[in-house]
Design a protein around this ligand. Sequence first.
Ligand code: KMT
Ligand code: NI
Length: 175
Amino acid sequence: MKAYWYDNLPGDQREPHDSGRAASAEQLSKLGILHYHLPSRADVDALARERGYKNRDEITISPATMGAAAYEAKVRAFFDEHLHEDEEIRYILDGAGFFDVRSRGDDWLRIRLERFDVMVMPAGIYHRFTTDDKNYTKAMRLFKDDPKWTPLVRGAETEENEYRKEYVKMRDGAA
Ligand code: KMT
Ligand code: NI
């Protein structure tokens, strides 16, 4: 795991976009994000159990598994800023990927996850995802409840979403 401020420069989303300014574990935890490196699947199962997760799936995001056109569409869709109404865990099984999350000041923090990295993202945080320039992420997605897994794209409606409001209250209280 490596975290830094996104450079906001134009160019392919899959490039690192590293501004050179690192983000600390403390900054991430203040946003409600937890991260671990868990090479043992049993540890991931234990984390899921402790946090009350019932569902999981595995996804391989690559042109080889999805087909080139579907892959490009998926990568674009994941990069559309959104939130979920439930906490979610992402466990990278192979390859790597970037999660961008919004800071308190509404800037992008980029989190690079590699094999065996785990991230717990709180409900209501605005985020987006992309593969890197190797175009390959194999990940386990763990979620508590099926319907709440739906991505809600940022807009006037999500600003009024109760999970969003709850998250902002938590985040601003933690500062
Ligand atoms: C999300 O919540 O945006 C995703 O799950 C992206 C794909 S999982 C690596
Ligand atoms: Ni998401």
